[in-house]
Structures are given as C-alpha cells and as structure tokens.
Ligand binder design. Structure first.
Ligand code: URA
Length: 213
C-alpha cells in the first residue's frame, strides 16, 4: 500500500513538473499568474476527488488548492457532507490563476474554453492515477471538463446538480457528482440551501460507498 502510494505521488510529481514548464511557456499568451502554478493535493488513494475551476490569489500565494477564503468554504462543504479533508484529493481544471485587470487590481477570471481544453489531458491523467470512485465537480468549468473527458454532452450545473452520473474514463468507472461552486453562493444567496442539501446527498452516497469496501 505504501509503495503504491509512493508510486502515485512520484507519477503525479512528474506530470506536475511537465505542466509547470508548459505553464511557464504560456506567459504572454494568456493573462494569468504563470509563476505560481497550483497542483493537485491530498490523499493519493482518495475514493473521492474534488475538482475546482482554477486557483485564486490565496492558492497562488500558498501553492495549494482551496486555501484561504475558498478553502474555508470547501471545509464548510466537507463538514456538511461529514467527510474529512484528509480523505479526499483536490485539484483544479486549470493549474494557474487566470487573471483580468480591473480598475485597481488584477482579479480572477473564468478560464476560456481553450484554457479548459488544454487542462483536460493532465486532469485525465490525475484521475487515472488516483482512481477515485467518485468525482465531485465544483461549478460549470469542471463539469464541462469532466463531460469532455468522459465523451458525453457538456452538462450545465443548474440542470444536473446533485444528480449522480456514472462516467467511464479509460478503464475506470466513477460516479460524477456535480455540485455548485462554493463561490456561487456569494452571488446567489438562494443557492446556499441548495448546496447544503446537495452536500448531505453527497455525504450519504460517499458513506454507502465506503461501507462497501
Ligand atoms: N476556486 C477554485 O475553483 N479552485 C481553487 O483552488 C480555489 C478557488
């Protein structure tokens, strides 16, 4: 088990080294923080993988996904689902912080379709290495990415949140569980309860799955 874990970690490190170089080469092509990429982090044997959109400024500063404010939101989500953060693996579709200038500072932007497409191969490889039984996508960007990887029609979060779909990725079969992105509740307060209810459903499915091991 320990040797297998070490192997996954080493393979991921190799992939992330290559991606770091690719990202550095994108400076000047896309507006983003190409000097501070953020890669996947967490349990290499996770049964559950969370996929976000892209890092924000706190993540770029610290070098880990979902830290700072977004991290507190994700921790709250995990608590609602009664899942310990140490059990899960967390990554993003785009591994650098996409940025746009606003009047006083740089702010985050949604990655373009092209940036999403360019993130798919690494995401597919991360999934193939960790081999989760369940994948929770956070918002539309990772939902689109997962639909593309699985070769199915691109789904929209408003239509499919908390509706589990079995997807096939290479030889792996996993349950895709679409969730709203935690930040979406800041702009639409009504989503707070929706997300809360969806997390309780996620927690139930995850617990059943864990009991089957
Ligand atoms: N939002 C994301 O989608 N990913 C992060 O890592 C942080 C915020």
């Amino acid at each position: 088990m320990e040797a297998a874990r070490q192997n996954i970690e080493n393979e991921l490190k190799k992939l992330y080294r290559d991606e770091k170089e690719r990202i550095a080469s994108l400076a000047g092509t896309y507006l983003g923080d190409m000097d501070n990429p953020v890669f996947g982090d967490g349990n290499f044997h996770a049964r559950l993988m969370f996929i976000g959109e892209a890092p924000g400024s706190d993540e770029a500063l610290i070098g880990k996904p979902f830290v700072g404010k977004a991290g507190m939101q994700l921790d709250g989500m995990l608590k609602a689902a009664q899942i310990d953060r140490s059990e899960v693996f967390i990554t993003n579709v785009v591994k650098y912080r996409p940025m746009k200038p606003t009047s006083r500072r740089m702010s985050n932007r949604t990655p373009s379709a092209r940036e999403i497409r360019e993130g798919l191969e690494l995401l597919r490889r991360e999934i193939a290495l960790v081999r989760p039984s369940m994948i929770a996508s956070l918002g539309n960007t990772p939902l689109a990415a997962m639909s593309l990887i699985a070769g199915i029609d691109v789904m929209k979060i408003g239509d499919v949140h908390a509706a589990p779909t079995v997807i096939k990725i290479g030889g792996l079969s996993a349950i895709l569980f679409p969730l709203y992105h935690p930040a979406s509740t800041i702009y639409n307060r009504e989503l707070t309860q929706v997300l809360q209810d969806d997390l309780v459903s996620l927690g139930k499915i995850y617990t059943q799955m864990r009991m089957k091991i």
